[in-house]
Each structure stands twice: as C-alpha cells, then as structure tokens.
Design a protein around this ligand. Structure first.
Ligand code: SAM
Length: 259
C-alpha cells in the first residue's frame, strides 16, 4: 500500500504534519502519539517480540555493538520506552557510568522502570520524561545517544536532531535505529502485505488496539528513507554519517559523530 501523501522531507515547515497517513495540525501530533503509546505500553514488549518474530533483539544487539560503549560512559537512551537498550548499556557502562532513559510518555517510562528494577538494574540508570525536540540537559553531556524506533514519532525531526547534537559531547556518537525502506521490491510488497493486513489484526488480538498498529504501519511508510535521514543528520551537524541496512532495509541503523 502506498502512502497518500508525499513522505516527509527535511525541508517541510508547515502548520500541518502527518500522523500516519492522516494530515493533522502540527500542534496535535505530540498528543496523538502520546495516546498511541499510552494505549500500547502494557503490551509493548510482547507485541515487539510477536511482530518482529524476536528479530528486534538482534537489531538492538547490533546497535549496542556499533555504539562503542565502554565502562564509565554517559549514555542517553532517547525515546527509550521500556528500556531494552538501557538495560544493555547499564551493564556495559558499570558503576562509574550512567544511562538516562528519556521518553515523552509516562506510561512507557513506568513499564520500563518497573521492568529494569525487577531485573535488578538500579544504581546507574535515571528516568527522565522529556521531548526529544527540547532535551533538558546541558550542552556536551553524553558520550552516546541512541534513539531506537523513536524518531519517526517525533513531530519536528530536525529540531530533535539539533537537540541531540547539542547535548552530545565532542567525540560522541548518535545512533538512530529506525524502520526504513526495504531495498528489494519483492520484500517491499511482502512487507506491505504484512504491515497493513496482518499487523493491525495482531494488535487487535493481543493489545485490543488495531488503530495503534495501523498507525505503526503508516508511520513507517511516512518516515524519511535511508538517504534522506542521512542528509538530515548531516545538516544537523553530524559528521562521518553512515547507515547500515538490517533485514533487507526493513530497518536501518544510522550513525553520526560530533567532533
Ligand atoms: C516504538 S517505541 C520505542 C521504544 C524503545 N526505544 C524500543 O526500541 O523498544 C517509541 C517511543 O518513542 C517515544 N516518543 C515518541 N515521541 C517522542 C518524543 N517527541 N520525545 C521523546 N520520546 C518520544 C514513545 O513514547 C515511545 O516510548
């Protein structure tokens, strides 16, 4: 299924924006996204495993491998939701490091905090409710910033990338793990069938919420594809920006440095 509107480009500055395939007032999107994650928070982890057949764990593992995280590092897991990356970083950075799990949504943060505390992950993790567009941290604070499956939900992605750049230390790196555009047309068609026909049904069965998973499928199609996101990162000031396709481009990991 193709999107009815042209996917967002980095140059758009407008009164309306997309929420999935719908055009909505720019100021409304943040609350609409909030409603989606408020609704799915309790079932988020189980749905992630079901929808991706567990493969999201490999994508996240690859992200950690590319992060260069070491003992003592300070990491921001932005739009960190239920804390999968935070849990991994917490073990790597150790007692002398720190991980901040930041998310705009209190329900997702609560599920994340409870899950990590149940696993005994305490001490070097802090939880902060924050919008990626206006990060409440001083300049040059973090060695690593990750945003996994979060950027496509942000209303003003350029503003968010600029905010990430500001709070990253010189020498630090940003990793953006996000759904992207499959490189192969056959895979693209199969993926469309799966996303638009099966995904909302699984969402209805498991989370009693077809609409949020319809939004998920639509938001993926509206997200800037690999080269466009790379350009956006370059324009935000990141250097040596590269990306690596995962699972045939269904997902891509973009990486950029601040020097
Ligand atoms: C699909 S979840 C990803 C969670 C986690 N990073 C993962 O990979 O499992 C997207 C998260 O982005 C958060 N989010 C959406 N818009 C945001 C914004 N403007 N600023 C910060 N977080 C945001 C949502 O609340 C949600 O927890």
């Amino acid at each position: 299924m193709s999107a009815p509107e042209t996917p967002e480009t980095h140059s758009q500055q407008q009164q309306t924006t997309h929420f999935g395939f719908k055009q909505v007032d720019t100021s409304q999107k943040v609350n609409m996204v909030k409603d989606v994650f408020q609704s799915v928070a309790a079932k988020y982890d189980v749905m992630n495993d079901l929808m991706s057949f567990g493969v999201h764990r490999l994508w996240k593992r690859y992200t950690i491998d590319c992060s260069g995280a070491r003992t003592g590092h300070k990491v921001l897991d932005l739009a960190g939701g239920t804390g999968d990356l935070t849990a991994k970083f917490s073990r790597i950075v150790g007692e002398t490091g720190q991980v901040i799990l930041a998310d705009i949504n209190d329900a997702m943060l609560k599920v994340g905090r409870d899950k990590l505390r149940d696993r005994g992950i305490v001490g070097n993790v802090e939880y902060v409710q924050a919008n990626a567009e206006t990060l409440p941290f001083p300049d040059n604070s973090f060695d690593i910033i990750t945003i996994a499956f979060g950027l496509r939900n942000v209303t003003d992605k350029d503003k968010a990338l600029a905010s990430m750049y500001r709070v990253l230390k010189p020498g630090g790196r940003l990793l953006v793990l996000e759904f992207s555009k499959p490189s192969n047309e056959m895979l693209n068609k199969a993926y469309d069938m799966y996303s638009f026909h099966l995904l909302p049904k699984i969402g209805q069965l498991v989370a009693n919420d077809a609409d949020s998973y319809q939004y998920l499928a639509e938001s993926i199609r509206m997200h800037p594809e690999q080269e466009v996101l790379k350009t956006m990162m370059d324009e935000a000031g990141f250097e040596q920006t590269t990306y690596h396709n995962l699972t045939g481009g269904i997902v891509a990991l973009h990486r950029g440095f601040k020097f």
